[in-house]
Design a protein around this ligand. Sequence first.
Ligand code: AMP
Length: 380
Amino acid sequence: MSAPGTRVFVVNSGSSSIKYQLVDVATEEAILSGLVERIGEPGGDAADHVDGMRRVLAELGDAATGLVAVGHRVVHGGEAFTAPTVVTDAVIEQIEQVSMLAPLHNPANLAGIRAAMAVLPDVPHVAVFDTAFHQTMAPAAYTYAIDREVAREHGVRRYGFHGTSHAFVAGRAAEHLGVPLEQLKLIVLHLGNGASITAIDGGRSIDTSMGLTPLQGLVMGTRSGDLDPAVLLHLHRQAGMSVDELDALLNKRSGLLGLSGSADMRDVTKAADEGDRDAALALDVWAHRIRHYVGAYLAQLGGLDAVVFTAGVGENSPQLRALALAGLEFLGLEVDPEVNAARSRAARTISPEGAGVAVLVVPTNEELSIARQAAALAGA
Ligand code: AMP
């Protein structure tokens, strides 16, 4: 086992759960991981977040001694946070201030931060924001064309999410290609239950498909992604749907689930293979949307060195990787069927030799990325 001086405790706190991992940044190994669930619910694992955190620490035992840092995933950093930040009272206050942009996520993340600080008061706590990586976008990319006063007053603009994953995967892709990240034009497709796509020029995010919230962009497990905003007005006026009903419709009952009846890509592909028309359409809409963004980002980047697949679907489904890029051969974008089909956990190239653009599969690891950033800030 490694020296304790390289261990970071990574916390992803939800409103009723705490997901955690103890990561060794020297060996890149997850030493321990787990989940406290149904916090505050009858029969749940813990009465509140502090109680939950105490249980986690008891579980970690000796492994938690000599921690270099605790890394906290925070969903929304607004415009205030462009990089990971050591948590202080002032930082907690700033995170509270941007909570209006992520009312479901930030308060839950803060509950985790407060609980972890209560039980681990002597370790530096570092907040790592899903939005921070995308703060390099230019105004042209992040501005929505609405009344500027309304936008300013309510913080309405594109922020983007999955930043930790996009940044990590871009770095790994550069290592794999043996080319400095600063010299690469990349399109990263994070295709999991949540999904987003980012154009990365020289290591900087220049455009990304998620917006004010993680609802915009690609077709996801249960989220609609892009639609005409007037759909909301129409459903409100014609169907009498309330704000909460519309929220639930777009966030929880749309996407693959809404189109096919299942949010799980494995079910959807199986059903489509068996001739289910709704499932086949769901896949077509999913892939159509991805190609729409690949084309757009190719234009924004003004060139392209590699397309990178990551997350649950991107890492595991040769069939869906091929579908996502189908028809883009004229851009030099294609996958080699044999290499694409080979199973592996490593970063790898799946485009044919000599292809115009490299196509890669790079497993993401948000916990490791958070741990590394927290350790770097803590001076380890
Ligand atoms: P994530 O959110 O990154 O954990 O990804 C979850 C999604 O990946 C779910 O929709 C899974 O069905 C999907 N997934 C995982 N393995 C496969 C696979 N072999 N084929 C298709 N989809 C998969």
